[in-house]
Design a protein around this ligand. Sequence first.
Ligand code: ADP
Length: 412
Amino acid sequence: MSATIGTEFNMNVLVINSGSSSIKYQIFNMSDNSVPASGVIERIGEPQSSLKHRWLKADGEYAEISLTQYVADHKEGFQWITDVSEDTGLTKQLKELFGIGHRVVHGGEIFHEPTVINEKVIAAIREMVPLAPLHNPANLVAIEAALKAYPDVPQVAVFDTAFHQTMPPHAFHYAVPYELYNKYNVRRYGFHGTSHQFVSRQAAAYLGRPLKELDLITLHLGNGASAAAVKGGRSIDTSMGLTPLEGLIMGTRCGDIDPSLPFYIAQRSGMSMNDIDKMLNKESGLKGICGANDMREIISRAEENDVLAALSLDMFCYRIKKYIGAYYAVLGGTDAVIFTGGIGENAALVRKKCCEGLDGLGVSIDTEKNNSPSGEAREINRSASPVKVLVIPANEELEIAVQTVETILAAK
Ligand code: ADP
């Protein structure tokens, strides 16, 4: 668990989550999991890039600044982060970095665990680009820029897909010609692995039981959303597939649909496959039904009897309920259902609707506990309920920092 790392070692870890035009970063002090600095650069490559930087001052208070300047590429972005960190008194933290952890979206079948980055690892991440054409190139740019900026600091790739590599073949294969798996790596991979793993570990700590003994259903509900069945700490099924489009209904992604739908739409509308791909990823999900993908707006519109907002909310929760049922069967029962992510942590109404009518499975929510907001891990089930229902704040960055430390120590 994260807490034990801190008590034994005093170290700073930089965690980087790089998108095609953005870099999010956090420096963790692993002695107490505090964050002496964090921030985000957006609009890299555009005429005006922005940087928001938050840091812990010597007096123990946090300060925040917003800056703009032209940043041509990720390499310049790193230089900007270094400069701003030094300007704000964080030179020591950067000089003493124990490691850098990179979130990498696709590790294919090669990476089952976080891995210390070297030339071979970079080449393998590059090989996976066809599977994640938007994400892996951005991750690679950040890795190469960080290696140049911090050549002496060990760097670790933490893959979104790695946690789900324990899925058995009957769960990860699609029923399409088998040769597509060999030729084009067509199979289910799953994503959000770091988050599912993090909340599983946190749930075990909260319940005071060994993770190895627990059967868990984890629900990561943010703008992207996925469910996982976690048996003894290992993912045995998850709702996302070859890409993050499969499974639950999401902010703008459709989730499960009839695979014939794109062909039908193409025939009827003349839309190209590219346009349909964009529509299913960016114009569908909650947004496709009611025009909004912000759950706060959807709930408040639904409460004012907006029919399409209410429909999108019902569809979102119904899909989740179907996955809870499916994973209950897959696991042969469950010790806990865990909600995390912006929606899972904050939307009591969503949690209520997802669990409604599941008393037969032992899942039963206590209304008062469910309606009491908190930033802490907590249980919201009725005290007599055999299955725990937990709300656990997501912290993928902390999990990446922990895995970075564990991986570097194991490689030494
Ligand atoms: P991302 O996948 O982008 O990391 P988040 O985990 O931040 O997403 O979750 C974003 C979602 O959480 C949005 O739909 C947002 O409306 C929802 N959300 C955040 N706070 C609340 C709240 N208090 N009530 C309901 N939904 C919320």
